[in-house]
Design a protein around this ligand. Sequence first.
Ligand SMILES: *Cc1c(COP(=O)(O)O)cnc(C)c1O
Length: 426
Amino acid sequence: MTSYPDAMSTASLDASSTWQQRYGQSLMGVFGTPQDLLVQGRGCWVTDADGRELLDMLGGIAVNALGHSHPALSRALGEQLQRMGHISNLFASVPQMRLAEMLLSAAEAPAGSSVFFANSGSEANEAALKAVLRHRHETGKSRILALEGGFHGRTIGALSLTHKPAFREPFGDLIDGIEFLPFNDADALEHRFDDDVAGIVLEPIQGEAGVKPLAPEYLLRARELADQHEALMVLDEVQTGIGRTGEWFRFQGVNRTLSALGSPGIAPDLMTLAKGLGSGIPIGALVAFGSTSSTLLGAGQHGSTFGGNPLAALAGQVTLETIQAEGLLDSVSAVGARLAEELRALPQTAEVRQFGLHIGADLVLPDSISAGDVVACAREHHGLIINATGHATLRLAPPLTLSHEEADEAVARLAAALTRLTKESA
Ligand SMILES: *Cc1c(COP(=O)(O)O)cnc(C)c1O
């Protein structure tokens, strides 16, 4: 029998074993070795086991919409847990209905629209894909379109829609009939869309690919072609939804642009949400627009034991209420714009793509330095948490509660890290 360290201790009390060793001996190696051991968080700041405070510009990968330990969320969840935490979907709860109503209202969804709750982004996409497969099966169509560079999750259905070969290929055959189109290429879209297409699955801004937006005109054309060929348009707003871009959902920002161009707006048939929705409590959602989309999955054709349980649904409800009460959509736009301006002023940035607090920055670095090195240096020497999505691309997705001062502080810390690294390599 192996003896494990004191289960209640956070750091390695036993000087002979580090927390990294302890992690490696008990957790599956799929994530590699984590960067640090965190014990506490408040707002946009986290504290590690050595007592260092770090400015969190990643927010649990675009998840901690209200920051860490937001008092409204802690209070509501504590009270809810004392009342009841879980009841299964054999029973209804008020938070579940309330959150569904709030999402439909924020999405300006038409009559007959409805929500299915899951527990993650992958699961939300799994539900969307099942709806597309229902449509494909009913109509005898065979093709489903997705995009190169797209990321939709790690479960088998979501993975089948995800482009990156390194994620897919270790598993052999996945779901058949899914084809990847080149990103943002309207000609390819036009060319490859026909009556045999059952659905098209798109991230309005590709997050894992480095915050790359689809052109509003591209999304409009996809909408028109989907209508023309009776295909479903699925927008994966797992990362872009719930205020991240300064709108409740990215497609609404797209519609502002389209409207300024004198074009009609778009709405998806199906939209998936997760990351920011529960501010850290696991929850995902599939929003079906209109009654046809709403009835693709019939009674008994899908389900989830945990999905939308009172605790998770309340987390979503409090997240949406707090975003509204604290005016966060406006502040996300303002703070994000300032952040982008300051990032663009750094000598090491080539391009900065900014949509609210969804930010990708391409860096110009000496050959010997990668964005991953910048991430490590920022964390180790400057108390800053950021993320690399590519060899020379950084992603920032901080809490929506980020202040102007914290934005300034983050850029100052990043600038210091870049200076240190470029000096060291010189
Ligand atoms: C993170 C992400 C997912 C997967 O979400 P999980 O909760 O990790 O399953 C799917 N789609 C997009 C766009 C994402 O950013």
